[in-house]
Ligand binder design. Structure first.
Ligand SMILES: Nc1ncnc2c1ncn2[C@@H]1O[C@H](COP(=O)(O)OP(=O)(O)OP(=O)(O)O)[C@@H](O)[C@H]1O
Length: 204
């Protein structure tokens, strides 16, 4: 799969957040999207995910030498950001079972494997509404990282994670990144972008 950004710009109200972002990404590319608060990292990630349209330019997706319509592409993208909604009334077992109805897990993992990999098995029957912010973030990350999608987008992945959670995140991502296109939005957090081999710096 190839994701190509052609002169992408995004304007909210009267102001451009960024303009002229052009780049091309293929399977195996791991890209850090860097910049300070308000530089447009989340906005660019949403555009790359297909969930937000750009004001200028276009995004082109190619799979098996064919252009992929955005609605087909969106099914192939997994996204986790601190703002990604999770169904509060469900418990972890129910959320995992719900997602697996429409999306396979990587490497033939079962729902039970996914729950085990969150390391939250002990609270798997508690409603997410009662989870701490760090526990919720683990759920968001596990659901995205373990989804069998060729594109993975993570926005500020270590937000709300403690030291143990950061190590958990790094190991989980390292085990599930190789055959994908990865984008990580980060405020220059070493630990978040450690695996990245290229960058888009929105400050420039
Ligand atoms: N829906 C929206 N309507 C109006 N302005 C918006 C909207 N979404 C984002 N913005 C503005 O666009 C700019 C970039 O926001 P964005 O969330 O992409 O930045 P960011 O680099 O991810 O920031 P942070 O590091 O603080 O998360 C900000 O000035 C923000 O206020």
């Amino acid at each position: 799969m190839q994701v190509e950004l052609k002169d992408i710009g995004k304007k909210f109200e009267r102001h451009f957040v960024f303009r002229n972002v052009s780049d091309s990404f293929k399977t195996g590319d791991k890209t850090a999207i860097l910049g300070g608060n308000g530089s447009g990292k989340s906005t660019l990630l949403k555009i790359i995910s297909g969930s937000l349209t750009s004001t200028e330019g276009k995004i082109e997706i190619t799979q098996n030498n064919q252009n992929l319509p955005v609605e087909n592409y969106m099914r192939q993208v997994a996204f986790a950001g601190p703002y990604t909604e999770i169904i509060e009334e469900y418990n972890l077992e129910e959320i995992v079972a719900f997602q697996s109805q429409f999306r396979k897990w990587r490497n033939g993992l079962s729902d039970a494997d996914v729950i085990e990999l969150t390391r939250l098995q002990k609270v798997a029957k508690r409603p997410i509404a009662n989870f701490s912010s760090g526990m919720r973030q683990r759920v968001r990350l596990a659901l995205a990282i373990l989804s069998d999608t060729p594109v993975l987008l993570l926005d500020e992945p270590t937000s709300n994670l403690d030291a143990k959670g950061m190590v958990w995140f790094q190991n989980l991502l390292a085990d599930h990144v190789d055959d994908r296109i990865l984008f990580v939005g980060s405020n220059h957090q070493e630990i978040e972008t450690a695996l990245c081999t290229r960058e888009i710096n929105l400050r420039k």
